[in-house]
Design a protein around this ligand. Structure first.
Ligand code: GRF
Length: 222
């Protein structure tokens, strides 16, 4: 748990556009927000996310996967970048690589991801297209803790949006993105305030101002 005086350091990993990063940066700029971005790392040199970081005065690092012999070595380099800046929470924001077990272990319970579906429905790529092809009437966004699977970790927050009969992948994605940008900073705030506890598959969210109930040893406080 951190106080307003010592905000939680966020390391954001992003490969592309960076609109979720932007939402996080804007949240961090609000008075009293208990976190700040200490570094943005990308596997793509031209990622717009890196430009957004620089524009906000945040360190932007391109770490080239081609400079490493395998995924394990690459992820170890990422962990070093994050630890060197004392990132206490890693936020995946459109990071197009699957993390190795070594990375997930190094930051166990301290990695969040945002996914454009109501998990466990439609994990993986093109979740919005999957939802349209399936014919669901509700879609949405999920912020979850990252484990060693793909989009399988415990759910922190979710929000649904309607699917309209004339939706395209673009229109549905835009509607979901509004929720992503709202949920992700909220999840980060809850984490930074020490209000999240993982209990098996469940993430328990403690109400503001209520002291912890003394979690059993089997429960890990995030
Ligand atoms: C978002 O839809 C997010 O849910 C998914 O990748 C997309 C990233 O968008 N994981 P952006 O780079 O944050 O704009």
């Amino acid at each position: 748990m951190t106080s307003a005086a010592t905000p939680l350091g966020l390391g954001v990993l992003a490969s592309g556009r960076g609109s979720n990063l932007q939402a996080i940066l804007e949240a961090c700029a609000r008075p009293g927000f208990p976190a700040r971005v200490v570094v943005v790392v990308s596997d793509r040199e031209r990622a717009q996310a890196l430009d957004r970081a620089r524009a906000a005065g945040v360190e932007a690092r391109f770490v080239n996967p081609k400079d490493f012999p395998d995924r394990e070595a690459y992820d170890l380099a990422l962990v070093r970048e994050l630890e060197a800046r004392r990132a206490g929470l890693v936020c995946l924001a459109g990071f197009m690589r699957i993390l190795t077990a070594g990375f997930v272990r190094a930051y166990a319970g301290r990695i969040l991801n945002v996914h454009p579906s109501l998990l466990p429905a439609f994990p993986g790529l093109a979740a919005q297209r999957q939802a349209l092809e399936y014919g669901v009437k509700l879609a949405g966004a999920t912020v979850h803790v990252v484990d060693e699977g793909v989009d399988t970790g415990p759910v922190v927050l979710q929000s649904s949006v309607p699917v309209h009969p004339d939706d395209t992948e673009e229109s549905l994605s835009a509607r979901i993105l509004v929720e992503e940008h709202r949920l992700y900073p909220e999840a980060i705030r809850l984490f930074a305030e020490g209000r999240l506890t993982i209990s098996g598959r469940k993430v328990v969210v403690r109400a503001a101002g209520r002291p912890g109930a003394g979690a059993p040893a089997s429960e890990a406080s995030l």
